[in-house]
Design a protein around this ligand. Structure first.
Ligand code: ADP
Ligand code: MG
Length: 238
């Protein structure tokens, strides 16, 4: 199901349209290709469809028409179960609202992708799960919190747990939706260093949404959603 070769783009959108309600396109993008290993800073005004686009890239949402291909797999030709399996194996997603599981500990939240997919587990090689969690948790300064319930964490701590969960097992595509919004300056730098190191190690592709334009120079490429999305152009002119 995956054409996992280096010359296939990590992400390719063609003639993509997406509407939550029939006839009201949120996204209309003719073409966008992102190569393996690229780090992309995606920006655009609030409400312009950034989170929606990430949902399509993660296979959580389905295109109304056109195609979304990730690592060569066309999401509109596979079942939702196969998309879930694909996501567990190949994608790390730091959600805007974190989406941590409240009744699990920090450790179990971080381990979730590994538990869901044997291929993702295999990428850890001989590293034990305990060591993998300890390593990523110490880099994000949440090692003391591993046995804590999610409900007891601050927003900034939850954001770092969400980052650890996305990065564990070195996924090939990392998607992050305003992941630094709740972090102070030191933690933001720590988080970005880990994010870039993890992506580099896995030759991963990063699609990163942020309002913080000072971060732009860190990325290999900047994409303005307003420039590629014809739906938002039509709306703002209406
Ligand atoms: P951004 O992340 O750029 O702020 P979103 O992708 O969240 O933008 O939203 C794009 C547009 O889609 C907005 O007009 C928003 O109101 C609408 N929208 C987002 N999520 C939903 C949903 N679940 N149902 C209906 N409309 C939605
Ligand atoms: Mg958003």
């Amino acid at each position: 199901m995956t054409a996992d070769t280096a010359d296939v783009p990590a992400v390719e959108l063609s003639q993509l349209r997406f509407a939550y309600r029939a006839g009201r396109d949120v996204l209309a993008i003719e073409h966008l290709a992102i190569a393996r290993g690229e780090t992309v800073f995606l920006h655009g005004p609030s409400g312009s469809g950034k989170t929606t686009l990430l949902g399509l890239l993660a296979g959580v949402l389905q295109a109304t028409s056109g195609s979304v291909k990730v690592l060569g797999t066309n999401f509109s030709t596979i079942s939702s179960g196969s998309r879930d399996a694909f996501r567990a194996r190949h994608l790390g997603y730091v959600f805007q609202m974190f989406n941590l599981i409240p009744y699990l500990t920090v450790r179990e939240n971080i381990l979730l992708p590994i538990r869901l997919d044997a291929g993702r587990r295999a990428r850890l090689g001989t590293t034990t799960l305990d060591d993998a969690v300890a390593d990523i948790a110490s880099q994000l300064d949440i090692a003391e919190l591993l046995d804590a319930p999610i409900a007891e964490l601050s927003v900034g701590q939850q954001q770092r747990v969400a980052a650890a969960r996305a990065l564990i097992g070195h996924p090939e595509v990392v998607i992050a939706d305003e992941p630094t919004s709740a972090l102070d300056t030191d933690r933001r730098e720590q988080f970005l260093a880990l994010l870039f190191a993890s992506c580099k190690k896995a030759d991963a592709t990063l699609v990163f949404v942020s309002h913080d334009h000072t971060l732009m120079p860190l990325f290999s490429r900047t994409v303005s959603l307003a420039e590629i999305n014809h739906a938002s152009v039509q709306r703002s002119r209406a």
